[in-house]
Design a protein around this ligand. Structure first.
Ligand SMILES: *[C@@H]1O[C@H](CO)[C@@H](O)[C@H](O)[C@H]1NC(C)=O
Ligand SMILES: *[C@@H]1O[C@H](CO)[C@@H](O)[C@H](O)[C@H]1NC(C)=O
Ligand SMILES: *[C@@H]1O[C@H](CO)[C@@H](O)[C@H](O)[C@H]1NC(C)=O
Length: 260
């Protein structure tokens, strides 16, 4: 009996704090320079400017998730229907918002994109608006999950990679690397943001496997041939796989208050 209560208690707590697809109410502000976001805590640099057409967002720690939230997509709309459209806009998380007044600080382009046609300047003049938002799958129609070898990498002792164009609505919770054809896997650790690294770098061409949250559980996505023998810092390599899974969560408490 007490085990059951304990389980129930755990379920209530975890479902109350970890439901990604819940529609949440908050406020949003904007950065006047989108470069503030592209140099953000996820480590994307200027590459971020190409995500969601420059619709970028800094999220509070519960959305940033110690870096696991980097690259996550959110649909966000402002609540004044005279000022804003019903569909709002889709933003990609590229930075951590340390402030406590708003869940998001958006790029000005994303902020203005929530407005009705012709009201972009009106919404920017407000500076801060009431919003609602929910996490949505990221869709990269013409891009696979890709790895950028970071400049800090030093063959053969150190490899740092940045994850780019991660589709779906999941989190990558583990990454392993091995020489192509070998089963001697080494794990990478999250360095910060979207950047993972290891000082045990196998020789030769490299394969990767990604552990992602999916369904109610996890799964492994295998990319059998990613880095060539002569991989180089600064280069972006296509993994030739893409993630389209949606992590399910027990969040019945929010399923009735949907996005209307
Ligand atoms: C909603 O936006 C319109 C247009 O900018 C404005 O006139 C109105 O006062 C706003 N309503 C609220 C409740 O803020
Ligand atoms: C496995 O790979 C690691 C890292 O590349 C290496 O140090 C180790 O010697 C390898 N072990 C075997 C049995 O090949
Ligand atoms: C993505 O990977 C597939 C193989 O899974 C490949 O055929 C395709 O060309 C890749 N797409 C891009 C844009 O590189």
């Amino acid at each position: 009996m007490s085990v059951f209560i304990c389980f129930l208690f755990f379920f209530l707590i975890s479902s109350a704090t970890a439901c990604d697809r819940c529609v949440k109410q908050s406020k949003a502000a904007f950065f006047s320079k989108s470069s503030a976001l592209s140099s953000g805590a996820c480590g994307y640099g200027s590459l971020a400017l190409g995500f969601s057409g420059g619709h970028l967002a800094a999220g509070v720690p519960s959305l940033f998730k110690g870096g696991a939230g980097c690259g996550a997509c959110f649909q966000i709309r402002c609540k004044n229907t005279t000022l804003c459209t019903k569909q709002g806009t889709i933003v990609t998380l590229t930075d951590l918002n340390q402030g406590s007044q708003t869940d998001f600080v958006l790029s000005s382009r994303a902020f203005a994109a929530m407005a009705q046609k012709g009201l972009g300047q009106d919404i920017l003049r407000r500076g801060i608006v009431d919003v609602e938002y929910k996490r949505v799958p990221c869709e990269y129609k013409n891009q696979n999950l890709s790895l950028r070898v970071e400049e800090s990498s030093q063959k053969p002792h150190y490899l740092a990679i940045k994850l780019l164009y991660q589709g779906g609505q999941t989190e990558i919770v583990g990454i392993d690397v091995a020489q192509v054809g070998s089963s001697n896997w080494s794990f990478l650790s999250r360095n910060h943001g979207a950047i993972w690294d290891t000082s045990r770098v196998p020789a030769g061409a490299l394969q990767f496997r990604f552990v992602v949250t999916a369904g109610y559980d996890g799964k492994t996505v295998w990319a059998p041939n990613v880095l060539p023998v002569n991989w180089k810092p600064g280069m972006i390599y296509d993994t030739k796989v893409q993630i389209s899974d949606i992590a399910q969560e027990g969040c019945s408490h929010c399923d009735h208050g949907g996005w209307k």
